[in-house]
Design a protein around this ligand. Structure first.
Ligand code: AMP
Length: 311
């Protein structure tokens, strides 16, 4: 592990929030690469009575990730963030290869945000004998529809890595973004099924001023694409505002036409599902609560977004 500069928390704030004791324990952001080193450190901190909130990421961090770290800081004594581009959840090698990696900038952001511990493991340590997907995530429509259908094996990879990271870190809480609405629903189902004593906290989607959901993949897009991709959120908003007037079928048809009219974006799916079960809603009706989920492509980059509409 390697210590980097002093935690920038102000003294008064630290004393008020965590007390002198924690101050002495966690003065620096510590970076771990080896599982055994991290486990040893966390066991020691647990013995001292400190609670932990975990933020798993794949790096190329932005303000969306930082909102999770900020939330984590407010609900636990210690924030542990992981950076691991998980090969098991990629369907295509080319997608894995081109996934943005910005480790230096990531560490700077995490340090500025007041993260306490960063875990950067290697795939060979996370996956013994290169067995990528040992866990099979099967939670009915939650895993079989939308991302589950379009990206076979993706959620097995996500569940496997999150479960493995939970085993190593043993957090009291963990923060996930609602941007990956299906993912957090599956993590909740997994935690319930495996009876893990971990509270899962959902964090609101952080957006660019244009409305585009922040995403690591946005950095692969040109300025024109980024500007154009704002149509996704605008169309989802339009759907939520017109639910009283038209059926889901009609809303979907018009929204896709609008999203695709400039010929830059291609819709992979735009679906209306029950937010708890992910069962598809009857398109001839318009019934709340509903979560509207979108996936589409622009200049070879896949973007997802969603909007939850409740009464
Ligand atoms: P990733 O690095 O893409 O695997 O994301 C790590 C975590 O950050 C996941 O829980 C994501 O849902 C969350 N996240 C990514 N983008 C955003 C965003 N724009 N707003 C809120 N959370 C996000």
């Amino acid at each position: 592990c390697k210590n980097i500069k002093k935690n920038p928390l102000k003294p008064n704030f630290k004393i008020a929030l965590m007390g002198l004791f924690l101050n002495l324990c966690v003065e620096t952001m510590i970076i771990f690469h080896k599982i055994s080193d991290l486990e040893k450190e966390l066991a020691e901190l647990r013995r001292k009575g400190l609670s932990t909130c975990f933020v798993p990421t794949m790096g190329a961090l932005h303000q969306g990730h930082m909102s999770l770290v900020e939330k984590a800081k407010s609900v636990a004594d210690l924030v542990v963030c992981s950076i691991f581009v998980n090969p098991a959840q990629f369907n295509e090698e080319s997608d894995l290869d081109k996934y943005p990696r910005t480790i230096g900038a990531d560490l700077k952001l995490l340090d500025q945000e007041g993260c306490h511990i960063v875990f950067i493991p290697e795939a060979k340590d996370i996956y013994a004998k290169n067995e990528f997907s040992s866990l099979q995530a099967d939670y009915g429509s939650l895993t079989s529809t939308l991302e589950g259908e379009k990206r076979p094996g993706h959620f097995d990879g996500v569940a496997t890595v999150v479960n493995r990271l939970f085993e190593i870190i043993q957090p009291n809480k963990a923060c996930f973004g609602l941007k990956d609405f299906q993912q957090i629903s599956i993590i909740r189902a997994m935690v319930k099924e495996r009876r893990l004593p971990i509270e899962i906290i959902g964090c609101e989607i952080v957006r660019e001023p244009s409305g585009l959901a922040m995403s690591s993949r946005n950095s692969l897009l040109k300025k024109e694409d980024l500007e154009h991709a704002a149509i996704i959120h605008k169309s989802m908003n339009w759907i939520s505002q017109n639910m009283e007037k038209e059926s889901f079928g009609k809303l979907r048809e018009k929204a896709i036409l609008n999203i695709e009219k400039a010929g830059l974006l291609k819709t992979e799916y735009l679906e209306f599902v029950d937010p708890d079960t992910f069962d598809k809603k009857d398109v001839s009706k318009s019934e709340k609560p509903v979560v509207v989920l979108f996936a589409g492509w622009i200049s070879g980059v896949r973007l997802i977004d969603n909007i939850l509409v409740q009464d």
